[in-house]
Design a protein around this ligand. Structure first.
Ligand SMILES: NC(=O)c1ccc[n+]([C@@H]2O[C@H](COP(=O)([O-])OP(=O)(O)OC[C@H]3O[C@@H](n4cnc5c(N)ncnc54)[C@H](OP(=O)(O)O)[C@@H]3O)[C@@H](O)[C@H]2O)c1
Length: 386
């Protein structure tokens, strides 16, 4: 049986008891455990994968902490997490035509499309019976994988950073620009000021913005990530200079700083992703007609606003979940051409996956954390693995 990581409700309860429910002391690595997995039979529309590399994602952090919902408990006591992977096709069902053994593919995490193609649920999170990809092998339906663009100019670790974050950024961007353009036409204003706060999704969002000719600002506490983005033409702002927006004065100073950088106007589009203190700062820095988008709630799931204030400024707040299957395929076309992610300096071994998650939780990584699952890589992939 292939090995795979799991999160059990029992392990969460034990860790919560150990730390007296103090999430500051909670150790994720004590909850994410190496387990074994019985794969389902390969059905006619299924693809059997050998997982090559995965990226660590924050929903696993939420699943392990059980800070938003206790998803392991809701799913019957245990989940097998992991919703971003690069894999090699080992076998395909009799009705699969898009893939063949030996192909290298990416996953997307749309677990069950609604009538418009957007996910009702996320694979390996709240989709019932879904088994994630933090394991050596997996069986998935063919609509859940996308051909990997191995010739896009990125290395394997950079490609592995993107399957979940790139479609999210792609969707956030097309929503944000679409909403802004409903209010202000291209004829009125061509070049927009776009702001993103620290994190992989925001980085990719800003890459889309500069690719289309806009001005972009990356406000992060990480010097490594700011440096990487600066090399791509994105202007860095050190979030720590504003004390991570702990007080109202910090938010005011940040807003003033951005107005100063933009000739008094502010930013037309802000990508938040974290909420909490970052939300107030993003809102304050918006120009008239501004749009604030987010698909994350890492620091807080709630957000308040003054309707009168936002109405007078004609501000739109948008809440995004994840792309359609079609949009996830489209986002993949931009790997290497637009998306050039920051990757954490250590590529973790499979057995170190819990540590990768722990370090992500502690925010001590220099970029997106990648875990190498397979030691032996297919030849065309091995040459992309520095
Ligand atoms: N809906 C979706 O499809 C989707 C997809 C991906 C992610 N998400 C969610 O979006 C959020 C961000 O994910 P990501 O993958 O972009 O992040 P990421 O690459 O893992 O980075 C997380 C970022 O959080 C920032 N951070 C951590 N603690 C902070 C604090 N106390 N104050 C301010 N910033 C802090 C860090 O920014 P600094 O550089 O400033 O330290 C770090 O770069 C997560 O909640 C995740 O679950 C949602």
């Amino acid at each position: 049986m292939p090995r795979a990581f799991s999160i059990s409700a029992a392990a969460i309860a034990a860790e919560r008891q150990r730390v007296g429910d103090d999430l500051e002391r909670f150790e994720i690595a004590r909850v994410v455990a190496l387990d074994q997995l019985q794969l389902r039979e390969v059905g006619p529309r299924d693809v059997h994968l050998r997982i090559l590399a995965v990226s660590a994602e924050h929903n696993v952090d939420h699943a392990a902490l059980a800070d938003t919902v206790n998803i392991a408990e809701l799913r019957g006591g245990k989940i097998f997490p992991g919703n971003s992977a690069v894999g090699e096709v080992l076998a395909v069902g009799s009705e699969v035509t898009r893939f063949a053994p030996g192909d290298v593919v990416l996953t997307h995490c749309n677990g069950e499309p609604d009538i418009y193609g957007y996910p009702l649920r996320i694979w390996a999170y709240d989709q019932p019976d879904s088994i994630g990809w933090y394991g050596e092998e997996a069986v998935v339906a063919d609509w859940q994988v996308i051909p990997a663009p191995l010739d896009c100019g990125l290395n394997l670790w950079e490609i592995a950073a993107l399957p979940l974050r790139a479609p999210t950024a792609y969707h956030l961007w097309r929503r944000a620009i679409g909403i802004f353009r409903l209010k202000v036409s291209r004829g009125q204003r061509a070049r927009l000021n776009v702001l993103g706060f620290g994190g992989g999704v925001s980085e990719l969002f800003l890459m889309l913005a500069i690719h289309e000719g806009h001005r972009a600002f990356f406000c992060s506490g990480s010097p490594e990530r700011r440096k990487h983005l600066e090399q791509l033409g994105i202007e860095p702002i050190d979030q720590r200079e504003f004390n991570r927006f702990a007080g109202r004065d910090n938010v005011k100073a940040f807003s003033k700083h951005l107005k100063g950088l933009t000739g008094g106007e502010g930013v037309h589009i802000a990508c938040d992703m974290l909420r909490g203190p970052v939300y107030a700062a993003g809102l304050a820095a918006l120009a008239r007609m501004g749009v604030n988008v987010s698909a994350g709630w890492q620091l807080d799931a709630g957000c308040n606003y003054n309707s009168a204030n936002l109405s007078v400024r004609q501000i739109t707040l948008d809440h995004v979940h994840f792309e359609t299957v079609e949009g996830s395929n489209a986002a993949t076309e931009l790997y290497g051409r637009v998306f050039r992610p920051t990757v954490h300096r250590e590529i973790y071994a499979f057995e170190s996956l819990p540590r990768a998650l722990e370090e992500m939780h502690k925010n001590v990584q220099t970029g997106i954390p990648i875990v190498r699952v397979a030691e032996d890589l297919p030849a065309e992939v091995a040459k992309l693995a520095p």
